[in-house]
Design a protein around this ligand. Sequence first.
Ligand code: HEC
Ligand code: HEC
Length: 79
Amino acid sequence: MKNTFIFIAFVLFVLGFLYSISGSRAPRIPEDKLHKIIDTTVTCIECHSATGETPRGEKHPPKDQCLECHKVKRNRKVD
Ligand code: HEC
Ligand code: HEC
């Protein structure tokens, strides 16, 4: 029985660790006029492509699934 609890604690620890190294390091999408309207990757690229007005930095991960890493604030208001 004791081993079961140790196992559960271990699983929770691993999940927490994986969460901590996952996309949460990426900056949140700002909560401003520019970003309020958007929810598809296509719109992100209009401004954040290499030739857009606010390109991503050189060290930026190459993948284009923006919302996999960049989250909006949880209680974001949509009007
Ligand atoms: C209309 C142009 C525009 C669009 C579309 C746009 N952005 Fe932005 N984004 C900006 C500008 C300008 C800034 C910097 C100023 C600011 O904070 O708004 C910025 C800043 C950011 C930042 C913060 C960078 C930092 O250093 O903290 C992230 C993350 C971001 N954008 C992600 C996204 C994602 C993901 C999308 C698509 C859902 C998107 N943006 C769509 C113009 C845009
Ligand atoms: C694999 C995860 C991941 C994906 C996918 C991703 N980003 Fe990022 N993004 C990051 C991380 C991590 C940073 C912080 C980079 C740094 O500090 O050097 C970042 C930073 C940024 C910034 C701030 C400027 C910069 O480069 O430091 C913008 C703007 C941004 N991302 C936009 C986007 C857009 C638009 C997309 C989709 C085309 C996208 N990101 C997809 C992880 C990701």
